[in-house]
Design a protein around this ligand. Structure first.
Ligand SMILES: [Zn+2]
Length: 167
C-alpha cells in the first residue's frame, strides 16, 4: 500500500516538472526574435572580443565569437520570463540544453546602451559556448574571492575581464 502511494506521488511530481519546463520554454519562444548578426550590438561584441583575443589570448574567445555570430535574440515580455536567480536584475538568460543558440532578453536589456548589451550577450554566450555556470555575479561579495579556476567556470568573469581590459 505504502509502495503504491509512493509510486503515484513520484509520477505526479515527474509530470509536474515536465509541464513546468515546457511551459517555460513555450513562453520564452513565443516572442519576437531576430539573429543578432548585422546589428550594432553584434558589431560591438565582435570588436570587444577582438580586443580580448589580443590582450588575453589564452582564453577561448573564438567560441564566444561563433556564438555571437550565430545566435537568435528573443525579446521576452515580462510575463513570459521564467523564475531566475537574480530576479529583477536579469537582463538576459539562456536555456543551454533545449536552446543552445538562443539568448532571451528582458525589458531591462532594452534599456542598456550598446556596449552594455554587447557585454550581456558575451556573458550569455559564455554559458552557451563554454558551458560555464553562474558561480558569482560581479556585484556579489564572493566574486572577489573566486579562484582562477572558478573564474574560468563563471560566466560573469568573462564579461568582467572584457570590461576591465577593453572598454
Ligand atoms: Zn549567467
Amino acid at each position: 500500500m505504502n509502495v503504491r502511494i509512493f509510486g503515484i506521488v513520484t509520477v505526479i511530481l515527474f509530470v509536474g516538472a515536465v509541464v513546468n519546463l515546457s511551459t517555460t520554454v513555450f513562453l520564452s519562444y513565443d516572442n519576437p526574435h531576430l539573429p543578432l548578426i548585422g546589428t550594432q550590438t553584434h558589431n560591438t561584441a565582435l570588436a570587444l572580443l577582438n580586443c580580448a583575443t589580443k590582450r588575453i589570448p589564452a582564453i577561448e574567445w573564438h567560441k564566444i565569437r561563433t556564438c555571437v555570430q550565430t545566435l537568435e535574440l528573443y525579446n521576452v515580455t515580462n510575463g513570459h520570463i521564467p523564475y531566475i536567480r537574480g530576479g529583477s536584475q536579469t537582463a538576459a538568460y539562456v536555456m543551454p540544453i533545449v536552446a543552445p543558440r538562443r539568448v532571451f532578453a528582458t525589458n531591462l536589456y532594452q534599456k542598456l546602451n550598446t556596449v552594455s548589451k554587447a557585454l550581456v550577450v558575451i556573458h550569455e554566450c559564455a554559458h552557451l559556448a563554454l558551458k560555464v555556470a553562474d558561480i558569482a555575479y560581479t556585484w556579489e561579495e564572493n566574486f572577489d574571492t573566486l579562484t582562477e579556476d572558478e573564474h574560468l567556470k563563471n560566466a560573469d568573469s568573462y564579461r568582467q575581464t572584457i570590461l576591465n581590459h577593453c572598454t
